[in-house]
Design a protein around this ligand. Structure first.
Ligand SMILES: Cc1cc2nc3c(=O)[nH]c(=O)nc-3n(C[C@H](O)[C@H](O)[C@H](O)COP(=O)(O)OP(=O)(O)OC[C@H]3O[C@@H](n4cnc5c(N)ncnc54)[C@H](O)[C@@H]3O)c2cc1C
Length: 410
C-alpha cells in the first residue's frame, strides 16, 4: 500500500475503534471473540485510563456482556452482588428489594477502573492492537466503504484503513463532531453537580443509600469492601477548594444521619466535581461511523446508567458487525441506531426521574413536597417500587427489540 501524503505508514484493519474506554475496549474484545480484527486508538496513557474513577454499578446484563467478552473472571471473584438499595428521606431509611421486584435480577458493585483494567489486560494478553497516547485522531471518508482514520503515534503519522469506524471516544471526543451536521441533539443541564470522594473506609451500609435531604442529595456507594464512594449534591459552579475533607465529612454526616447508625469516615483518596447533564444525539450512526457510549449520550449518574448504556450499545454493534461479516446482511447495522436509542431514551427518562426526585432544585417548597410524595409512594406501593427496581437493575438487553416486535405484532 502506498501511504498518502504526510502519512508515513498505512495500516489495514476491519474495525477502527477510537477510544479505549469501557465501550471501545468491550467492543474490541467482543469482535476478537468472533474473529473480527480491530485496532483501538486511545489518546491518553494506559495508567490514566486505568485510574480514572467513574462508575461502579453494573447491571446484570452488563455482567453478561463482559462474560461474553471473556473478561468476567475477576469480576465474579471480586464483584459484590447487591439485591437492593435504600431510599432515605424524612429521617427514615427504606429498603427497595430490587431482586424480589425485578425477576431475581441484581446489580454488581465493581469499579469501572477494574472493568477497564480487565479489558486492557485481555487485549494485551491476546497480542491485539491497542495504542495509547495517540495524537490528532481524525476520521475521513465515512460516507464511502473505505473509511480511514489518521493519527500520530510515537512521532510517526499513520493512516488506518478500515471497513467501519466505531466512535467510542466519549463526550469530548472527535467522532461525534465529525458528523455534527447530520445529528439532532437533545440536552438538559442541571443547576447542580456531584461532589464525589473515594475514601479508605469500609462501606457503612450493606447496600447503596440514596438520601433526599433538605440540605441536598447524598449517596453512599462503594467500590470494594474497604473503599467507600460517597457523593454530595453541590452547586453547578462549586469550587473543589471550598471543600476541605472535614467539610465534606461534616456535610455527609448531616445528610445521611440516622438514629442508631454511624457513617464510618476514612482518608479521602480522591475527590472531584462532576457536572450533571442529560444529552442524546441522534442518529447514532452516519455512513460507516457508528457512535457508542458517552460519545452519543450522557445521563446524570443518579440512575447508575452511563457505563451500562455504553456496554449495551457495543453489544448491539458487535452483534450487527458479526452478522454483516458472516452473512453480508447489513440489517443489524441499519437498525443499530434505532435499537440503541430505544434503550437510551428509557435510561434518559429513568435517570432524569431519579435526579428530579432526589435533588434539591433550589428553594421551592412545592417541589420539595412533590418529591417527598413520590418517595412515599415508592416505598408504599409495590407497583411504584417495581418501576424503580426494573429500571435500576436494567431492562434485559433484548428489551428494545422485544418492545419493537410487540408494537409490530399489535
Ligand atoms: C467524572 C465522572 C463520573 C462518573 N460517575 C459515574 C457513576 O458514578 N455511575 C455511572 O453509571 N456513570 C458514571 N459516569 C459515566 C460513565 O463513567 C460513562 O458513561 C462511561 O465511562 C462511558 O464509557 P465510554 O467508553 O462510552 O466513554 P469514556 O469512558 O469516556 O471513554 C472514552 C475514551 O476515549 C478516549 N478519547 C477521547 N477523545 C479521544 C480522541 N480524540 N482520540 C482517541 N481517544 C480519545 C478517552 O480518553 C477515553 O478513554 C461518570 C462519568 C464521569 C466523567
Amino acid at each position: 500500500m502506498t501511504p498518502r501524503h504526510g502519512v508515513s505508514r498505512t495500516i489495514r484493519t476491519q474495525v477502527a475503534i477510537v477510544g479505549a474506554g469501557p465501550a471501545g475496549l468491550t467492543l474490541a474484545c467482543l469482535l476478537a471473540g468472533a474473529g473480527i480484527e480491530s485496532v483501538v486508538l486511545e489518546n491518553r496513557s494506559r495508567a490514566y485510563v486505568e485510574e480514572r474513577i467513574r462508575a461502579g454499578v453494573l447491571e446484570q446484563g452488563t455482567v453478561e456482556v463482559l462474560d461474553a467478552a471473556g473478561v468476567g473472571e475477576r469480576l465474579h471473584r471480586e464483584g459484590i452482588v447487591h439485591h437492593g438499595i435504600y431510599l432515605q428521606f424524612a429521617g427514615e431509611r427504606h429498603r427497595i428489594p430490587l431482586s424480589e421486584l425485578a425477576d431475581g435480577r441484581n446489580i454488581v458493585i465493581y469499579g469501572q477502573t477494574e472493568v477497564v483494567k480487565d479489558l486492557i489486560q485481555a487485549r494485551l494478553d491476546a497480542g491485539l492492537a491497542l495504542r495509547f497516547e495517540v495524537d490528532g485522531v481524525r476520521v475521513h471518508e465515512i460516507e464511502t466503504d473505505r473509511p480511514r482514520v489518521t493519527f500520530a503515534h510515537q512521532g510517526e503519522r499513520f493512516e488506518l484503513e478500515c471497513d467501519v469506524i466505531a466512535g467510542t471516544d466519549g463526550f469530548h471526543g472527535v467522532c461525534r463532531p465529525a458528523i455534527e451536521e447530520h445529528l439532532r441533539v437533545f440536552s438538559r443541564d442541571y443547576p447542580f453537580a456531584w461532589l464525589g470522594i473515594l475514601a479508605a473506609a469500609p462501606p457503612s451500609s450493606d447496600e447503596l443509600v440514596y438520601a433526599h435531604h433538605e440540605r441536598g442529595f447524598a449517596l453512599l456507594s462503594l467500590r470494594s469492601l474497604d473503599r467507600s464512594r460517597l457523593y454530595l449534591q453541590c452547586a453547578a459552579d462549586e469550587r473543589l477548594d471550598a471543600w476541605p475533607d472535614a467539610r465534606i465529612w461534616d456535610e455527609l454526616q448531616r445528610r445521611v444521619a440516622l438514629e442508631g447508625w454511624t457513617l464510618v469516615e476514612g482518608a479521602v483518596l480522591e475527590k472531584g466535581i462532576a457536572p450533571m447533564r442529560s444529552f442524546v444525539s441522534e442518529p447514532m450512526a452516519h455512513g460507516r461511523l457508528f457512535l457508542a457510549g458517552d460519545s452519543a449520550h450522557i445521563v446524570p449518574p443518579t440512575g447508575a446508567k452511563g457505563l451500562n448504556l455504553a456496554i449495551a450499545d457495543v453489544s448491539v454493534l458487535a452483534e450487527a458487525l458479526v452478522d454483516w461479516y458472516r452473512t453480508g446482511s447489513d440489517a443489524g447495522l441499519a437498525e443499530y441506531s434505532a435499537t440503541c436509542l430505544r434503550r437510551v431514551w428509557r435510561a434518559e427518562q429513568f435517570s432524569y426521574w431519579m435526579t428530579s426526585m432526589l435533588h434539591r432544585p433550589g428553594d421551592d417548597p412545592f417541589e420539595d413536597q412533590l418529591q417527598l410524595s413520590q418517595l412515599r409512594y415508592i416505598v408504599s406501593s409495590e407497583a411504584a417500587a417495581r418501576t424503580l427496581a426494573e429500571n435500576y437493575v436494567g431492562l434485559p438487553l433484548d428489551h428494545s427489540r422485544a418492545q419493537a416486535s410487540v408494537v409490530r405484532g399489535a
